[in-house]
Design a protein around this ligand. Structure first.
Ligand code: VG1
Ligand code: CO
Length: 543
């Protein structure tokens, strides 16, 4: 076999964001663009001898083309074996499981997660380390540094591998194993949850609607919910992964998962509704006529995890990303366990999970997970909910109302201002930073600003520091506003404004969320001058 060494030009725009490198498909199709980044990964990890790598993606446009290139480059860079999901498909949590189960050096995930796909959409690539989790910042920094000075890459001159044929093929010294994307993942889920109890729940006529949004979870959801657990046929909708996600936006929020939300609020609503995103790591949960805010879902899962076999000994610790609501903190308090606050992005949970400091963690952006893998896991969250519903025999509405009655309610919402000019977004953030001190003590409607800071995380395990992770404005009442810029978008900049107000058990817990947050919403505009600077009178997405 011929290994070619190809000359290339270094690029300056390959800095991984919150979750890998995300760009327009058209960018990834440019000559050497993908190759430069893939070589930077292989050079950064130095491919130890006899290494196995996992490769798979969410099926979006360009997935298979990229996989063929990666396989040829892996062979040229001395990788011994690669596990690839059939037709190039693997959900992000399934990749994490395979890396851990088969002792792999790491995995390459091809996905831009919740971003739209298709020839004019987005593509992405992410490296996960041998613990199964997104590479920590030290590794992504090393990859970025190499990408800025790379001058050549290595690739084998061989024909494409048939990604459809389950089984082994040789690419010279490297074995490519095409595997069923679902079976290992399903086995893991069966080991965590009480499948018999969930089966009995469906046998009573309990109904569910799961929206796979034409993305990766379709095959997983069909196999697990319908074929294995007995949810009635048709419970999983939009189940076929499509390269352009059917022209939709595979972001499970009330705006983009409208079909599901309309169903759950309609006359024929199911007992339980859920959806996942492009790469299968997120989840939203609904009951009949009710949407469960992801931060509430995280708190509820933590409080009830012991009802599932895997967590029957209890939860040793919990963590949330900083902008996620503090509902989980109250649960941790009651359980007498620590609750860590990390920057946005799953990579920051990895050390805490590896060190055994936490069992459950999550983010407001519809990501929940546990120590079973090192990624957030959409289908896992749905199964934990089902397990809890099966054991308690309560409805989603009862579970959530009981929770608020026990802990009070953290009214919470995120307002996104998408595709704003980068310069404007940066000016808005630096304006906020410069006003940090003068804001303290000011009156914003009925609220008085108590503290303002720029969140900095000191990792308690390896001591690494991540600074400038978002501006927190905390009011004397305990209400909060957080401002940060997204690290996953590809069109201009996205400003995220996170709004939170706590109401204790003796107050009104049934307000409409946006109404409950009205005063804080206008304070946010006043503090950050959002409408003045962006010219936008309303957010693009409210979740
Ligand atoms: C967003 C979310 C963040 C999540 C990240 C990756 O990042 O806010 O919570 O970890 O996406 O999730 P940002 O930087 O755009 O706010 V996924 O499912 O897109 O891999
Ligand atoms: Co995702």
């Amino acid at each position: 076999m011929t290994i070619l060494t190809i000359k290339t030009q270094a690029l300056s725009d390959q800095k991984p964001g919150t979750s890998g490198l995300r760009k327009k498909v058209k960018q990834f199709q440019k000559k050497h663009y993908l190759e430069n980044f893939v070589q930077s990964i292989f050079s950064a990890i130095n491919c130890p001898e006899n290494s196995t790598l996992v490769v798979g993606g969410d099926g979006r446009y360009h997935n298979e083309t990229a996989i063929q290139t990666i396989l040829k480059m892996a062979a040229a860079n001395g990788i011994k074996r690669v596990l690839v999901g059939q037709n190039g498909l693997l959900s992000t949590p399934a990749v994490s499981n395979l890396i851990r189960k088969y002792g792999c050096v790491g995995g390459i995930v091809l996905s831009a997660s919740h971003n739209p796909g298709g020839p004019n959409g987005d593509f992405g690539i992410k490296f996960n380390a041998s613990n199964g989790g997104p590479a920590p910042e030290a590794v992504t920094d090393a990859i970025y540094t190499i990408s800025k000075s790379i001058s050549e890459y290595h690739i084998c001159d061989v024909v494409d591998v048939d990604l459809n044929a389950i089984g082994k093929t040789q690419l010279d010294d490297m074995t490519v194993e095409i595997i069923d994307p679902v079976s290992d993942y399903q086995k893991m889920m069966e080991s965590l949850f009480d499948f018999d109890a969930i089966r009995s729940l469906f046998a009573t006529g309990f109904t569910m609607k799961f929206d796979a949004m034409h993305a990766i979870t379709g095959p997983y959801a069909k196999a697990i919910f319908e074929d294995c657990l007995g949810a009635r046929e048709g419970s999983v909708i939009n189940s076929k992964p499509l390269p352009d996600f059917g022209g939709c936006h595979p972001d499970p929020n009330p705006v983009y998962a409208k079909e599901l939300v309309d169903h759950m609020f309609g006359d024929e609503a199911s007992d339980f509704g859920a959806a996942s995103d492009g790469d299968g790591d997120r989840n939203i949960i609904l009951g009949t006529g009710i949407y469960v805010a992801p931060s509430d879902s995280l708190a509820i899962l933590t409080a009830n995890a012991h009802l599932a076999p895997a967590y029957k000994e209890g939860v040793c610790g919990a963590a949330r990303s900083m902008p996620t609501s503090m509902a989980i903190d109250r649960v941790a308090d009651k359980l007498g366990i620590p609750c860590f606050e990390t920057p946005t992005g799953w990579k920051f949970f990895g050390n805490l999970l590896d060190a055994g400091k936490i069992t459950i963690c999550g983010e407001e952006s519809a990501g929940t997970g546990s120590d079973h893998v090192r990624e957030k896991d959409g289908v896992w969250a749905v199964l934990l909910w089902l397990n809890i519903l099966a054991v308690t025999q309560k409805s989603v509405l009862e579970i959530i109302t009981d929770h608020w009655n026990a802990y009070g309610r953290n009214y919470y919402s995120r307002h996104d201002y998408e595709a704003i000019d980068k310069g404007v977004a940066e000016a808005l953030m630096s304006g906020l930073r410069s006003r940090k001190n003068t804001l303290v003590g000011t009156k914003q409607g009925d609220e008085v600003v108590a503290t303002v800071d720029d969140f900095e995380y000191h990792d308690p395990v390896d001591g690494s520091i991540a600074s400038k992770q978002g501006i927190r404005v905390i009011f004397e009442s305990g209400s909060r506003i957080v401002f940060r810029l997204s690290g996953t978008g590809t069109d201009g900049a996205t400003l995220r404004v996170y709004l939170e107000r706590y109401q204790d058990v003796d107050s009104d817990l049934a307000l409409e969320t946006q109404t409950a947050l009205e005063a804080i919403i206008s304070a946010a505009d006043n503090i950050a001058e959002i409408s003045k600077l962006t010219g936008m009178s309303e957010p693009t997405v409210i979740s």
